[in-house]
Write a protein that binds this ligand. Structure first.
Ligand code: GLN
Length: 229
């Protein structure tokens, strides 16, 4: 199978490695530019996006990652990995100097971190997920585990929403996106939040398929790497 890297600076690297191997791929931890250069796809795992952001710069990985993402490397981000792929964070963490955390970007979406709130720190639900079944096959619901998860409040044109949840009623509306120039913004129904999105070679989920034995998301990503999805 394809050689798929897992960005191994922080987060649940081993769980993704197990899921990839179960799908017939070769999982490779990636910490250095040379390791990144040798993979056909990359997973950014769940963990803590502020830490992953800092470590990408400390390890000299930020520019190599930006270059390969821009060049079309297939990348799948789960949870903190989704945040790293987002062009915009509605509520970024700030360091002591007031500088906001950075993302790698590539996906024209706005995410909100820890969006489901303290009372529902972590939860599990069944999702309807678009495009997992083979041609003509029936979709069975996907059991999804959310752990201090982000959700997607805005998707740009060309970003497909693959799965959604109903938003709790207490939320502030999505922040406007001052950085965005040109094009249209497809604001999603305010009652609904996206928890899985795809744009061309980039795939992101708010939840963690790697912790449940669910393999269909990793299979989809491998099909993307092969150019079959
Ligand atoms: N809340 C974390 C963050 O902001 C993400 C949590 C996770 O990856 N399970 O990075």
């Amino acid at each position: 199978g394809p050689r798929v890297g897992i960005l191994a600076l922080q987060g649940d690297v081993r769980e993704h490695a197990r899921a990839l191997e179960a799908c017939g791929a070769t999982a490779v931890p990636v910490r250095r530019p040379g390791e990144l250069a040798a993979v056909e796809g990359l997973i950014i795992p769940g963990g803590e996006s502020t830490t992953i952001d800092k470590l990408t710069r400390i390890f000299g990985m930020r520019d190599p990652l930006l270059e390969r993402i821009a060049a079309g490397l297939p990348v799948y981000g789960s949870c903190a990995g989704m945040i790293m792929l987002a062009d915009e964070i509605a509520d970024p963490a700030r360091d002591l100097d007031g500088n906001p955390q950075q993302t790698l970007g590539g996906l024209d979406i706005t995410v909100r971190r820890n969006a489901f709130g303290r009372q529902v720190d972590s939860f599990e639900t069944e999702l309807e997920f678009q495009g997992l079944a083979p041609e003509g096959g029936a979709e069975t619901p996907l059991h999804a585990v959310f752990i201090r998860a982000p959700w997607v409040e805005r998707v740009g044109v060309g970003v497909q929403v693959l799965a959604t949840v109903r938003a709790p009623g207490t939320l502030a509306p999505a922040a406007p996106n001052p950085g965005q120039t040109g094009g249209q913004t497809a604001r999603i129904d305010p009652e609904v939040r996206a928890v899985a999105v795809r744009s061309q070679h980039l795939l992101a989920t708010s939840f963690h398929p790697e912790v449940t034995g669910e393999r269909r998301i990793h299979e989809l990503f491998i099909r993307m790497i092969r150019g079959e999805a």
